[in-house]
Design a protein around this ligand. Structure first.
Ligand code: AMP
Length: 113
């Protein structure tokens, strides 16, 4: 998708701190980390958010979540981690390309919102 920040990162047009890549998924460190470990997992195919997940193949959705688990395991987040996908303005989504935040490395707040 033209002018999509995360598509440009996936394509290598904008540099990123990559932590994982396969044929369907790309993952990189968040530029403004909210926790000691903060990685974004995105499908390579552009969809705006979870609200558009029907535009992905089931295998692409599964690949994202399998990547989340692999990245967390590789990072030894043995105490646990949080996975968040902001969807739309009420959730303060700022980049309209589906992404899953992985947050870890510290105790998370009890309240999610
Ligand atoms: P969201 O607000 O849920 O849409 O999350 C978008 C995330 O993208 C934010 O946490 C930003 O810090 C992050 N972000 C924005 N630009 C970049 C970039 N160039 N590289 C890495 N992360 C970015």
């Amino acid at each position: 998708m033209e002018n999509c920040l995360f598509c440009k990162i996936v394509n290598g047009d904008i540099p990123s701190d990559k932590v994982y890549e396969d044929d369907r998924v790309f993952a990189f460190r968040d530029i403004n980390p909210q926790a000691p470990f903060h990685v974004l997992v995105v499908p390579k195919k552009h969809v705006a958010s979870v609200a558009e997940i029907d535009k992905l193949e089931d295998s692409e959705v599964a690949a994202c979540l399998r990547a989340v688990a692999k990245i967390a395991a590789d990072a030894s987040l043995s105490g646990g981690f949080r996975v968040i996908s902001n969807c739309g303005p009420d959730a303060c989504q700022s980049v309209p390309h589906l992404h899953f935040h992985i947050l870890g490395g510290r105790q998370m707040a009890d309240k999610m919102a």
